[in-house]
Design a protein around this ligand. Structure first.
Ligand code: GDP
Length: 177
């Protein structure tokens, strides 16, 4: 590794949300350039690093995935420590994954995220299965406003808006004083 000259700033970003909403898939789609293959639920990638240029700055993003631990409710403050950005993911075809975000995950984020300036983004994944949609775009926007989050709908399968999610979040983090 060539040291710090590889990038200008480094951010820690977390993926949060119910099991099987597509957190690992979003991360893999973002990291790799190939289309998503069908995976077994939660591949468990832990974290991945991606260098990208946003707003003229070279960024190093370290994106953390829960590696399935969310199923056992064992996410702790150490997972959240030092995070500048949190992506809260739900599955637009599974309503309970959306309600769990406000009932469970948003509370945990408030509890454990010690960084007051942490930027949050709400992401509705799997929009490619439009026929099975169970949460409207308007409901997503409304929940995002309620919790002061950015908002995007995306698909890890078709790659729609995936890079956007990370770029918009990074741009917003860079605005934090
Ligand atoms: P995680 O448990 O939240 O990390 O979810 P995974 O990434 O393991 O995904 C769970 C399942 O949903 C897998 O079978 C994926 O292939 C599938 N999946 C993930 N993202 C999408 C998507 O955008 N569209 C579709 N159709 N399937 C997806």
């Amino acid at each position: 590794q060539g040291g710090s000259s590889n990038y200008d700033v480094s951010f820690k970003i977390l993926l949060i949300g119910d099991s099987a909403v597509g957190k690992s898939s979003l991360l893999l789609t973002f990291i790799s350039n190939s289309l998503l293959q069908d995976t077994s639920p939660t591949i468990g990638v832990d974290f991945k690093i991606k260098l990208l240029t946003v707003g003229g700055k070279k960024l190093k993003l370290t994106v953390w995935d829960t590696a399935g631990q969310e199923r056992f409710r064992t996410l702790t403050s150490s997972y959240y420590r030092g995070a500048q950005g949190i992506i809260l993911v739900y599955d637009v075809t599974k309503r309970e994954t959306f309600t769990n975000l406000s009932d469970v995950w948003a509370k945990e984020v408030d509890l454990f995220s010690t960084n007051q300036n942490c930027v949050k983004m709400l992401v509705g994944n799997k929009v490619d299965i439009e026929s099975e949609r169970a949460v409207s775009r308007e409901e997503g926007i409304s929940l995002a406003n309620e919790h002061g989050c950015l908002f995007l709908e995306c698909s890890a399968k078709t790659r729609e808006n995936v890079e956007q999610c990370f770029k918009e979040l990074a741009l917003k983090i860079m605005e934090v004083p």
